[in-house]
Design a protein around this ligand. Sequence first.
Ligand SMILES: [Zn+2]
Length: 251
Amino acid sequence: MAFLVSFIVIFGMIFISTLIKYQGQHVLPFPKESKEILRKYFDYYQNLNSEQRLSFEKKVHQFMRLKQFIPRGIDSVTLEMKTLISACAVQLTFGLPYVFLRHFKRILVYPDNYYSTINHNYHKGEVNPRYGIIVMSWKAFVQGYYKKQGINLGLHEMAHALHLENMILNDEFDFLDSTILKDWSKLAKIEMVKIKNGTSFFRSYGGSNEHEFFAVAVENFFERPREFKARVPEAYRVLSQLLNQDPAHIG
Ligand SMILES: [Zn+2]
């Protein structure tokens, strides 16, 4: 009996210490430097209230920890790069409960446009579901947020990743409402015809296919929400439902 009691006590102590260690890893605070970076450079974060900011920081922190950032043509991926690229993903998924684009485990960062050996062309970014990677040119990423003209590489690539993640069978599969997605698809087709006729609010690249249309619409949803809402109200309303947020009413 004494043996059994001591066994239970020892086992219990090991269990508790493991639990403390495990929880310890998860309560590491969000880096102060990252918070400062968001405060300085990330408008979306600046426009949130204090409660939302806390939730945003937690999601950015989690996203950063889940990804492997790989430098290409630069010495390292800096904390600033990691923070802002993660913040870009969280901006897009902020209205969705726990979506961290889990299939895409690696993020490759180039300093500028890079030469793709797959299609022998210079690229600013791409998403490759086969290898679970997201690729970004840092220069193009920064320009997108700086210029605020409805062209945003980071949001564009994250939108592709989100769209694909929803279709890939894993823990995060099928998180976008399928009825709303169907409504979106109908509106996308109408709008793509308008792009071909030159009468659309969206840039011509959005007319390439439904995936590109979604990515271009997401760029405008965050970069020019009020214009988007005024010019294409139905598409704005449906995208707002799909992502469960309304940037036209933030700030
Ligand atoms: Zn694209």
